[in-house]
Design a protein around this ligand. Sequence first.
Ligand SMILES: [Zn+2]
Length: 443
Amino acid sequence: MKKLFEPRYVEIGSQFLGGMGVLVVDGDIVEVGSVAELVANHPDAERVDWSRYALLPGTVNAHNHSFQSLIRGIAADEPFLVWRDEALYRYSPCLDAEMIYNGALFAFAEMMLNGVTTVADFFYIHDGGTQNDEAVIQAAKDLGIRFVMARTMYDWPGAPQSYQERIDDALRRTRELAIKYQGNQMIAIHPAPHSPHAASPEMIQAGHRLAKELGTPYHIHVAEEMFEVEEIIRDHGVRPVHFLDKLGVLDESMIAIHLVWLADAEIALLGQRKASLAYCPSSNMFLADGITKIPELLQSGVNICLGTDGACSNNRINVFEEMRMTSLLQKVRTLDATCIRATETYAMGTRHAGEILRLPIGKIEPGYRADFVALDLDDLSLHPSSPELLLSHVVYSMQPTAVKRVVVGGRVVVRDGELQTVSNERVRKAIAAVQARFQAIAR
Ligand SMILES: [Zn+2]
């Protein structure tokens, strides 16, 4: 399959350039250059007229909990621990593999319609096996979204039973899944010890060791809420980042989620050790967590990507939205409109995520996967129209109505608001089926 995409503009190096084509062969970008030359050199390529569109990399949602889409709206406007107990802990124990599949279908479908082409799902309802994990993977496969399973390793006994695993079981199951999908271009498995408050020190070290063995990064929630920091200080005598350093797991393989409550020394240490952050600004606002110090973390050398977190703590799941939220929230925190630029938050939602997840995604460049979106240049949210203003518009003014095509691995998976793999109607039915089960449980 050889396709030549011919958009009005292509984003390359944070600039939108005209007259350029993108040649895709078997799901990868193989050449980017002038349309005239590409047509002359590849007369056999199928030409795709995107003259009304701007082409840019698909966005990467580096942190989500797909099943949480099913409980969106429940316990909104409540304090974090009330939200956790009434939404998460109440509903997640009754989810079986089919409901989890439906939840993943819902979450991934909505993201794809918003221009997400890769998602990392931090998944923890294992229920003593890998059947639920496979259900989530199946939903990603059916929809055609690129997928990273951050397979959670959880042994805090205060959580629902279905989350908890013994260390040896968590290790074995995560390793088996990772080996099963090794070499699969669409699916990767990363270890994800839940957090310093919900995984034991031994579980965290086991997750870190397994990531080294597999050659992957590992994901971990760190310092989202103030109470977590207080607990770690009470139990271990040091702040969370220093605690993780003492465990020997603070290095370039760490993808920390949140990092809201950090002391200056922790920010410096994260940079020194080349750790990464998956930043979820909307979720931090929704749950009243606090504000992560993004310019300071960037300054210290921490690489940053973006996540939506679960749809019941956001409640939109759209990475373009997180770019905007990142910029606005940091500007108001620092009272400095220059503290972060649209080009930086745009990079966090695209190519930095590729670097952090160690996948060839997030850039329109030969050697990268053909994952991209087409934005409708006629959409009023992208006006006044000019290639110089377009990147700023993408971050600050664009509405989801502008996303007209979504392509993953060279395949069009969204066309004019309709999924091309699983129908929108099928997704709505999947959601309704779970709702009916929830109502039966509530009765
Ligand atoms: Zn999370």
